[in-house]
Design a protein around this ligand. Structure first.
Ligand code: GAL
Length: 347
């Protein structure tokens, strides 16, 4: 009996060791991580995207991955990036953040699903002492002021809109008949808006039109609608507007490139020509449309700078280091990425 118990004891001990080993391996695999950042050449960063299928966000994701690789090569510090898609669910995103923290991420980068609903994430991060870099979907000031380890990286929406408006205003000044196609002295436009709760939709909508008016372009709004940043939703709206206002739409002002591309899809399906369209983002397909001449122009944010600054802040915070000296943050927490107009290159 003794021998048998002894043998079982050995087997039990063996399985205990195996289980312990597996558990350790699981914990280490989380966030793709291994060692603790402190003193060791490794940082773990959890990133949660509001929707992985958003074109602009996808472009930023690509740049983040590139930047992480470049940083590893430059410094020898291993960067474990764990990028998750919240698929439009705040609940899923909250769970992702909880998981990042429990797996020992040193810092988290969050593209909020609902930017007015950040308190749960801030509470969790503060309790665990994990800094948060928000991006693209800006939390309200009151939330941002809750802790000195909260940052926001984004594109100034008023600046985007003023630049967008100036694309049309400059063309009108040089060549009014290229915008006012029917020559009635008024530019008739339709407006495609992003999500109603997004800071960018509200401010871009207001300032692109205001810039046209301030520049002396006579404008008349035919109609507008919310297409939630999405190409297919914008395409459906544009299809309907082309039927409602046959031959009358001269300009499409879109809060982003993807919706402008949706409008182009509808215009091409309807076989209409002579409508000018402007977007914002400078996404890969947006810039291609500008080159092809279907999109008059767009306002491109510098994606390399966007991801570069995000990574610089995230890595410095993860390693418990000071932020780079040349990085100037507004109020110590906001960074506004630079942008420029993209028009078709003269050949
Ligand atoms: C905007 C961008 C849109 C969309 C949105 C998502 O800044 O212009 O294309 O990506 O963010 O929050």
């Amino acid at each position: 009996m003794k021998g048998t118990r002894g043998r079982f004891g050995n087997i039990k001990r063996f399985w205990k060791t195996v289980c312990l080993f597996c558990l350790l391996a699981l914990v280490c695999a989380g966030c793709g991580g291994s060692e603790k950042a402190e003193g060791l050449p490794s940082v773990r960063i959890g990133v949660s995207l509001y929707r992985g299928d958003d074109t602009f966000i996808n472009n930023i994701r690509g740049e983040l991955e590139k930047r992480a690789k470049a940083y590893e090569q430059e410094t020898g510090v291993k960067v474990h990036l764990d990028i998750q898609d919240a698929k439009g669910s705040q609940n899923t995103q909250n769970n992702q953040v909880e998981r990042f923290i429990s797996l020992g991420c040193d810092v988290v980068c969050i593209n909020m699903v609902d930017r007015t609903n950040v308190s749960i994430i801030i509470d969790k991060a503060m309790a665990a002492g994990v800094p948060v870099v928000f991006f693209n979907r800006q939390p309200v000031e009151e939330d941002m002021n809750r802790w000195d380890q909260l940052y926001y990286i984004g594109v100034d929406p008023k600046e985007s809109a003023v630049l967008q408006g100036s694309i049309v205003a400059d063309l009108y000044e040089e060549n009014p008949e290229q915008v006012d196609r029917n020559g009635d002295g008024v530019v008739s436009y339709v407006l495609l808006e992003g999500e109603s709760s997004h800071q960018d939709s509200v401010i871009r909508t207001e300032w692109s039109v205001q810039t046209l008016k301030d520049s002396g372009v006579p404008v008349e709004k035919l109609t507008g609608g919310i297409a939630n940043w999405e190409r297919s939703q914008a395409s459906a709206l544009m299809e309907q507007w082309l039927k409602e206002y046959p031959g009358r739409i001269e300009l499409v002002i879109s809060n982003n490139d993807d919706m402008a591309l949706g409008a182009i899809d509808a215009i091409e399906r309807a076989g209409v020509s002579g409508i000018s369209l402007v977007g914002i983002d400078g996404t890969v397909p947006g810039n291609e449309a500008v080159e092809q001449g279907t999109l008059l122009g767009t306002v491109a944010s510098d994606k390399e700078e966007y991801a570069g600054v995000m990574m610089d802040i995230a890595i410095a915070r993860a390693r418990g280091e000071e932020l780079p000296e040349d990085l100037v943050l507004e109020e110590g927490k906001y960074y506004w990425v630079s942008q420029e107009i993209v028009m078709k290159k003269e050949k």
